[in-house]
Write a protein that binds this ligand. Structure first.
Ligand SMILES: NC(=O)c1ccc[n+]([C@@H]2O[C@H](COP(=O)([O-])OP(=O)(O)OC[C@H]3O[C@@H](n4cnc5c(N)ncnc54)[C@H](OP(=O)(O)O)[C@@H]3O)[C@@H](O)[C@H]2O)c1
Length: 254
């Protein structure tokens, strides 16, 4: 009989930043493999739209607000997941922000704090809450959506790049401590993906021609291009893989 290594039937998955872009594509991918997906972001409307699309295709999903920078929101949403579903099996820390683009030495405190809170502190405490639930459930998987900026800082994206590098180290730290509990933790490093976050780049004709046009795959990634790697890391397909990163960048680093 054919074995489906990606099968997630009966699993509960929480995706932060699931309302659009890469996160929405990940929600659809997890639901297609049978997971019940908790689609989360700050605004309920975008999450509900993704939930409605999943349900229309015969999948299972619910929408929940959670601001990754607000500790009360994180506690509330994980309490709700435990009460409603018994806990989480798959956590995808995808929600992220890049509020400042400019010289690193001119980074203002508000931008520094916001980037740290959403890209690092939120994923840290969501992982901590998820691990406690996964321990009771006999295991689980965490996928942290970092960036190629974790490997080499992006131009004029200092504090953003720093949070993504820290997220990769956080991936290894959680992986080392909780492998014994059958909890695996890995990270995705996307290259340039066509989402709201990259609007500034899409508006720059010179960048699109000279940089994106010269990538080995000669185009920006689509959010859907990220899904295969996430499904691998979230499922039994990767059952001997932990503490690592997968780069999905159209060949940028080749
Ligand atoms: N696009 C790229 O080229 C690229 C490259 C490398 C890495 N990444 C990473 O991929 C992830 C997804 O990015 P994307 O390109 O898909 O961006 P996007 O289209 O702008 O989507 C961002 C998502 O995060 C949510 N979000 C923003 N701030 C939040 C907060 N404080 N708390 C909770 N959710 C929040 C947004 O929903 P709400 O507004 O409703 O909160 C939205 O669902 C991010 O971690 C990003 O750093 C993207």
């Amino acid at each position: 009989m054919k074995k489906n290594y990606l099968d997630m039937t009966g699993k509960v998955a929480f995706v932060s930043g699931g309302s659009r872009g890469i996160g929405a594509a990940i929600c659809h991918g997890l639901a297609n493999e049978g997971a019940t997906v908790v689609v989360s972001s700050r605004k309920i409307e975008g999450c509900q739209k993704v939930v409605d699309e999943i349900i229309a295709k015969g999948g299972k999903a619910v929408a929940k607000t959670c601001h990754a920078g607000k500790m009360d929101d994180i506690d509330r949403v994980f309490d709700e997941i435990e009460a409603e579903f018994g806990g989480v099996d798959i956590l995808v820390n995808n929600g992220g922000t890049s509020p400042y683009y400019g010289p690193i030495a001119d980074t203002e405190l508000w931008a520094f704090d916001k980037t740290i809170e959403v890209n690092l502190r939120g994923p840290f405490f969501m992982s901590s809450r998820a691990v406690k639930q996964m321990q009771k459930r006999g295991g689980g998987t965490i996928v942290n959506v970092a960036s190629i900026n974790a490997i080499q800082p992006g131009d004029l994206q200092g504090i953003y790049s720093i949070t993504k590098a820290a997220l990769v180290n956080m991936t290894q730290s959680f992986a080392k401590e909780y492998g014994k509990d059958n909890i695996r933790v890995n990270a995705l490093c996307p290259g340039f993906v066509d989402t709201d976050m990259t609007q500034v780049m899409k508006d720059n004709e010179e960048f699109m021609t000279n940089f994106i046009g010269k990538l080995p795959l000669a185009r920006m990634g689509d959010p859907e291009d990220m899904v295969g790697a996430v499904l691998y890391m979230a499922s039994d397909a990767s059952k001997y893989t932990t503490g690592t990163t997968i780069v999905v960048d159209g060949g940028l680093y080749a």
